[in-house]
Design a protein around this ligand. Structure first.
Ligand code: HEM
Length: 419
């Protein structure tokens, strides 16, 4: 029997193959595959294109425990061979940050950023986020088809995070371009060369921006971080550059894809949209439900096993990569009743979903992301109450990447008639 025949006979093998390879049908609706894996292989060995031995965790309780398990490390430098295979040498300089470290380094780096990333600083941004949102919507033509991703969902969080960090307005397009190349990791030689070029360009840009801010400090997060570095010496130059990168990267695509997923799911579940437009006080809960139901971070970032670990009866050998399928955990019927229903009134969703992670690496930007989502959705649906999808859901294309970090749309064409 060929391997393919075996896979077709065995739905679990088929599910593992689909999860490993990112085929388009699976990307359009990965949830049946995840259901199959939760039921039959909750910790499954994948065969990803990068070739490094990888285990995927799909059940809620296992995922929650794994995200906070000190035996499952985030320090990718300690797994340097795997790291080289997946990302190449050029990424190392940009990944010297909290997301790629364990305590005590993680605690030190996160505390420094947390001190600058205060609720006050985020609240101060509110009118500016509203202004950015309004300007982007002003530029959307009401009488023709608009792809909402490039017109609205992407520029909004990028402009906000640049504003927060202190990237000057006229430099933001370049920064966006370099970031999107870096985020598009591929495995061909050409991909790796393009990645290396963009990474070194970003690295040089950040070094130069830091030098400028050091001369002319202003009221932004980067100037605060430089002050902390100069006064306390607790942040190396490399860590500072890399911290800027993680803020920019983590604060941008995650929110952009979530805006897309939110609009798409609300337009395909009109009853739920009506509930939030008639009762706007439901919106914060609706946003949490969207993160649970179709969140933008499909898998947590790479981890690796520091020792042999057994989860749900499966041995994960020391040194293996561990991927945690957040979007699968968030559809686990053991945790959420009727998990495949999108219900903006669902009780207790905010404190239970894993869409922002959990444990030491819980999303630092969650309060900012929530504020951006609220302003974006309120403004969009207020301004364009007759907004509709411009193509049928059957034609919708989702990102196809070999080991998906993000769940998001390739495009979101809509018609925006105001009346
Ligand atoms: C809806 C939007 C967002 C989602 C769904 C999201 C999701 C996540 C998740 C799941 C993690 C944990 C990753 C892991 O454990 O492997 C994380 C970490 C992180 N996020 Fe977010 N995020 C969002 C927006 C933001 C924003 C706006 C920022 C910054 C301005 C941000 C900054 C970070 C940082 C710095 C970390 C690393 C924290 C650490 O390692 O201690 N995120 N995010």
């Amino acid at each position: 029997m060929t391997q393919l025949e075996q896979e077709i006979q065995d739905p679990t093998s088929l599910a593992v193959a689909a999860a490993s390879r990112g085929c388009p049908v699976y990307r359009a609706d990965p949830y049946p595959v995840y259901r199959q894996l939760r039921e039959t292989a909750p910790v499954s060995r994948l065969t990803p294109p990068h070739g490094v031995e990888t285990y995927l965790i799909t059940r809620y309780e296992d995922a929650k425990a794994a995200l906070a398990d000190p035996r499952i490390s985030k320090d990718m430098y300690a797994a340097i061979d795997a790291y080289h295979t997946i990302f190449g040498d050029s990424s190392i300089a940009l990944d010297d940050n909290m997301l790629f470290s364990d305590p005590p380094k993680h605690t030190r780096l996160r505390r420094i950023v947390n001190r600058a990333f205060t609720p006050r600083r985020i609240e101060v941004l509110r009118p500016r986020i509203q202004e950015i949102t309004d300007t982007l919507l002003d530029n959307c033509a009401a009488d023709e088809v608009v792809d909402l991703l490039p017109a609205f969902a992407f520029p909004l969080p990028l402009k906000v995070i640049c504003e927060l960090i202190g990237v000057p307005e006229e430099e933001r397009d370049d920064v966006q371009e370099w970031c999107s190349v870096v985020a598009r990791t591929g495995f061909s030689k050409g991909d790796k060369d393009r990645l290396a070029d963009a990474e070194s360009t970003l690295h040089r840009y950040f070094q130069e921006l830091i030098a400028r801010k050091r001369k002319n400090a202003s009221d932004d997060l980067l100037s605060d971080l430089i002050r902390t570095q100069d006064e306390q010496g607790s942040l190396t130059d490399g860590e500072l550059v890399s911290t800027l990168w993680i803020l920019l990267f983590a604060g941008h695509k995650t929110t952009a894809y979530l805006i897309g997923n939110a609009v798409y799911n609300l337009l395909t579940h009109r009853d739920q949209l009506q509930r939030i437009t008639t009762s706007p006080e439901l919106l914060p809960n609706a946003i949490e439900e969207i993160i649970r139901f179709d969140g933008s971070v499909e898998n947590a970032t790479f981890r690796h096993a520091l020792e042999d670990i057994t989860i749900a009866g499966t041995l994960i050998p020391k040194g293996s990569l561990v991927q945690i399928a957040i979007t699968s955990a968030n559809r686990d019927p053991e945790r959420f009743e009727a998990p495949d229903d999108f219900d903006v009134t669902r009780q207790g969703v905010q404190s239970n979903h894993l869409g922002f992670g959990t444990g030491p690496h819980y999303c630092l930007g969650a309060p900012l992301a929530r504020m951006e989502m609220q302003l974006a959705l309120t403004s969009l649906f207020d301004r364009f109450p007759r907004i509709d999808l411009a193509e049928s859901p059957k034609e919708t294309e989702w990102l196809t990447v070999p080991f998906p970090a993000f769940r998001g749309l390739k495009r979101l064409p809509v018609t925006l008639n105001a009346h």
